[in-house]
Design a protein around this ligand. Structure first.
Ligand code: PMP
Length: 440
């Protein structure tokens, strides 16, 4: 028994946060930490923003909460319009939720109701990637490809058909294109075996997040999946909970590849750590069909409340005003160059990959064979702890499915300045040097 009433957090060994400003957080002992992972890749604007505070306070003073069945609210309408605009009009309808898991859950349910409304009720299965992470609620967990999270609940979830995505680090094919073509062919075969007429939708992240250490899927693969979905007659859902709102240098990651989804979910960066806001965006004809067939049977109490939406709007305005997509691309290049320089020093850095300000570093026991460190050694946790000692927060994970391997993510706020990227790299460099000594 500890004296803490909380049972989710790791507990009393964690430092207690005092306050934060920009890319820096301080604990109650006065130690400063550079936020190299934007909290949970969510605090995209950094901490202590007066503009967001002021927008939230102004809304609080007017009205914080109204229920969607009782009032329309202007911030929700404005945020809905703003999100549609960010998709260049590709997706015309918006449904608000409070988290990424809820957004995924909503997408799965809307997709199911759509196939029922279009007289294809035999479509009852989703396809997703392994490894992947789409959230912790039972529906989202069903499409998640991450064994330790799935294991206790396999009898309660509706498991999707899990297929492998491309792996540009470990494949043995002649070249990347040949690899993608093989992976796509295998996916097509798996769907054919399962029955194409049974598939509701394919759900995937256009750039891998925490579960894969920022693995890129690439244009050829994503275009191939779009074509495959069209052939199968199923929907394409892109999970941009992590990549949405500028993380990769465009508003949404699909905009790098020109692959337009039928449904899109986003969350983390929309509230930017100031308020939980998530959204499902969908094609108008999909929503219309469902609405004409009895309506969408789904909703959450706090979804789309005025305070949440005023926060999301202020976040989008700040990204525009401060040209943060440009900053993300520029600082992303600087970060990439620094990470690659550090990687060259150490044989245990197997792969550095990413886009914008979403970077993954994979650690391996043997660079020649690309053999991962044994699972029990928890290398990802060691390097994260060393970075923290050096005053840097990074996002740790071990990929437990498909490609086994330790990795960490470097995903600072999109507001980070050049000098701060320098500090981040210095601290990471010190942590990596200490990790190397400990390995020797
Ligand atoms: N999808 C992806 C791609 C995510 O990264 C996450 C969160 N890490 C989720 C869904 C779930 O979001 P939340 O934690 O807000 O429920």
């Amino acid at each position: 028994m500890t004296d803490s009433p909380l049972f989710y957090q790791a507990g009393p060994t964690l430092p207690e946060v005092s306050h934060a400003d920009g890319v820096t957080l301080w604990d109650t002992r006065g130690k400063a930490y550079l936020d190299g992972c934007s909290g949970a890749i969510s605090c995209n604007l950094g901490h202590g923003r007066q503009d967001i505070r002021n927008a939230m306070l102004a809304q609080l003073d007017r009205v914080a909460f109204t229920y969607r069945t009782q009032f329309e609210n202007a911030p929700a309408l404005a945020l809905g319009r703003a999100l549609v605009e960010l998709t260049d009009g590709a997706l015309e309808k918006v449904f608000f939720v409070c988290s990424g898991s809820e957004a995924v859950e909503s997408a799965l349910k809307l997709a199911r109701q759509y196939v029922v409304a279009t007289d294809e009720p035999q479509r009852r299965r989703f396809v997703s990637l392994r490894p992947s992470y789409h959230g912790s609620t039972l529906g989202a967990l069903g499409v998640t490809g991450y064994h330790p999270l799935e294991a206790p609940f396999t009898e309660l979830t509706h498991a999707s058909l899990k297929v492998a995505g491309p792996d540009f680090y470990r494949h043995q094919d002649a070249d990347d294109d040949a690899h993608v073509d093989r992976v796509l062919a295998e996916t097509r075969t798996a769907i054919e075996a399962a029955g194409p007429e049974s598939i509701i939708a394919f759900i995937l992240e256009p750039v891998g997040g925490a579960s894969t250490g920022a693995r890129l899927l690439g244009e050829r693969y994503l275009k191939g999946i779009r074509a495959l979905c069209d052939d199968v007659g199923c929907l394409l859902i892109l999970d941009e909970v992590l990549t949405g709102l500028g993380r990769t240098g465009t508003w949404f990651a699909w905009q790098h590849y020109g692959v337009i989804p039928d449904l899109l979910v986003t969350a983390k960066g929309l509230g930017a750590g100031y308020y939980p806001v998530g959204a499902l965006l969908a094609r108008d004809d999909i929503v219309s069909k469902v609405m004409a067939n009895g309506g969408f049977q789904h909703g959450h109490t706090y979804a789309g409340n005025p305070l949440a939406c005023a926060t999301g709007l202020a976040v989008i305005e700040a990204i525009r005003r401060e040209r943060l997509l440009d900053n993300t691309r520029a600082r992303g290049e600087q970060l990439e160059a620094g990470l690659r320089t550090l990687a060259e020093r150490y044989p245990w850095v197997g792969h550095v990959r990413g886009l914008g300000l979403l970077w993954g570093v994979e650690l391996v026991a043997d660079p020649a064979t690309r053999q991962p460190f044994p699972a029990g050694q928890n290398r990802f946790a060691q390097i994260t702890a060393l970075a923290k000692e050096e005053g840097l927060l990074i996002y740790p994970r071990r990929t437990l499915d498909g490609v086994a391997g330790d990795h960490f993510l470097v995903t600072p706020p999109l507001t980070i300045r050049a000098q701060e990227v320098g500090t981040l790299l210095e601290r990471l460099g010190r942590a990596m040097a200490r990790f190397d000594q400990a390995l020797a």
